[in-house]
Design a protein around this ligand. Structure first.
Ligand code: URA
Length: 257
């Protein structure tokens, strides 16, 4: 490699959102080679399928799985979303798959990607504290994300990435069959419900998600813990949301598991 190649490679890494090194081998070497072989392309290798083909493929694959472990296997083998090329791990849900309560976040961050477990970084630690304060824990809740792969550099996921990964989340919900869902942040809430609102419109009232013809889950939206870490003044509103969530569970005599 000459200096120019090295410069191109570093530029590619930066544009891909690489902000740390954690091993001796570069990731997605084929994408790097395609990009650094003379073209002016400045983004990671594109999807080899169109968004609608990849979404249909994800949907079709989901029909054949009945358990979370089977779903994990098909997601790990799925090649329709380029986020997988830059992620270290496919991050599935954490907590109790028998739970009747589900929390849904956006996407794994750097620590989740490194370890392969949802909500283990600073956001997750805050989430654990708030959920413990209302008597819930990872033994009584199932926690997952809209996307199983970290977007490079923690950028927001694109509409296409969300569309392609949504069938996996929906199948997860069909398998878990939650009574109550707490969505964390606008991206999680709008992606799940197909809405396009701001958090100030979404939070504070109950909504419904249709799991099947026979079953709806009650959905409450609150702020994402990462937002609360950046904007602590909003913690009091989030606390009201968690209290509302807890009250509904208890009023309906709903066992967490
Ligand atoms: N933020 C999320 O939305 N999900 C995680 O798993 C971690 C941080």
């Amino acid at each position: 490699m000459n200096n120019h190649d090295i410069e191109e490679l570093l530029r590619f890494y930066t544009l891909s959102g690489v902000d740390e090194t954690c091993g001796s081998a570069p990731f997605a070497l084929s994408a790097v080679q395609a990009t650094s072989s003379g073209s002016q392309q400045t983004t990671p290798a594109p999807l080899s399928f169109s968004t609608s083909e990849a979404t249909k493929n994800a949907n079709d694959l989901c029909q054949s799985v009945a358990t979370i472990n089977e779903l994990k296997a098909i997601i790990e083998n799925f090649d329709g979303c380029s986020l997988k090329n830059t992620a270290a791990h496919t991050v599935m849900g954490d907590g109790n798959p028998q739970a009747k309560i589900m929390f849904i976040g956006e996407a794994p961050g750097a620590e989740e990607d490194l370890i392969g477990r949802a909500f283990v970084g600073r956001s997750g630690q805050l989430l654990d504290k708030i959920m413990n304060a209302i008597g819930l824990s990872r033994q009584t809740v199932y926690i997952c994300n809209i996307l199983p792969w970290r977007p490079p550099g923690n950028r927001s996921p694109s509409d296409a990435e969300i569309a392609v990964c949504l069938p996996f989340l929906k199948r997860q919900i069909e398998i878990i069959q939650p009574e109550y869902i707490l969505t964390l942040g606008a991206i999680a809430t709008n992606s799940l419900l197909g809405t396009g609102e701001t958090m100030s419109h979404l939070r504070g009232h109950w909504m419904e998600y249709k799991i099947s013809n026979e079953k709806n889950a009650q959905v409450l939206a609150t702020y994402h813990p990462a937002y609360l870490l950046r904007t602590p003044a909003q913690k009091s509103k989030a606390w009201l949301d968690f209290l509302r969530f807890s009250k509904a569970i208890r009023q309906n005599n709903q066992q967490a598991v």
